[in-house]
Design a protein around this ligand. Structure first.
Ligand SMILES: NC(=O)CC[C@H](N)C(=O)O
Length: 223
């Protein structure tokens, strides 16, 4: 099993994601430069947080056209796992791999802190090590984390149980308190909070580990 962490110019959580997988989970992981076209060797792709291409136009708006995103789309179509964290979630919506969009936080300020999340669906490749109704404490740091979608999209997300994580205290204004969703097939997750920043016990919070442990269990066929 091998993970790949995509690196765009101005990604800044690529190191944290790499560290979480290699040092905390003990799994193989490589960095993948944004110009790479071949990613067939990877089972799980992490699109990390940051400010890809300087967040020009909109967060994720430029990154969606990168060469590596063509490869990520092909990877997702095969049913392989993709997790987009924060800027990664923004890139996934811009690329059309997840529905909806992430716009400016309702208070127009960058929000930095720890969010309390409800686990809404533990029957996914990303949450099988969690319990439904469990509360997770996960760091957040974003300026555009306000999830919006048309009514019919929200209805579909609800009907298919694609809303996986919600905020207990919704500070960015996201519709339906959405913090994380999966695609219809369930193999692509986007979430604004940063599980990779809550994996090392030295940081005082390991609530993020179960997201990666779930992915690893799923890839090992043991979910
Ligand atoms: N931590 C992040 O990935 C931030 C994402 C994006 N740059 C924002 O401000 O919303």
């Amino acid at each position: 099993m091998k993970f790949g962490v995509i690196v765009f110019p101005a990604s800044n959580c690529d190191l944290d994601s790499y560290y979480a997988i290699k040092d905390m989970m003990g799994e193989k992981v490589d960095y993948i430069w944004h110009e790479e076209e071949k990613i067939e060797e990877y089972d799980g792709i992490i699109i990390p947080g940051g400010f890809s291409y300087g967040d020009y136009l909109r967060c994720g708006a430029v990154a969606q056209f990168s060469k590596v995103m063509e490869a990520v789309k092909a990877h997702a179509e095969k049913g392989k796992l993709v997790i987009g964290i924060c800027n990664g979630f923004q890139i996934l919506t811009e690329a059309g791999l997840l529905p909806g969009a992430l716009v400016r936080n309702k208070n127009l300020k960058f929000i930095c802190g720890t969010a309390q999340l409800n686990v809404e669906n533990n029957d996914t490749a990303f949450t099988n090590k969690l319990t439904e109704g469990e509360t997770l404490r996960i760091p957040v740091a974003h300026g555009e984390g306000n999830y919006v979608a048309q009514d019919e999209v929200l209805q579909k997300l609800k009907n298919n149980r694609q809303i996986v994580l919600t905020y207990r205290d919704n500070k960015n204004g996201s519709m339906e308190d959405i913090a994380g969703i999966v695609n219809e097939q369930g193999n692509v997750l986007g979430m604004m909070p940063h599980p990779e920043r809550a994996c090392d016990p030295i940081l005082g919070n390991t609530d993020g580990r179960k997201i990666f442990e779930s992915m690893i269990a799923y890839l090992k066929g043991g979910r």
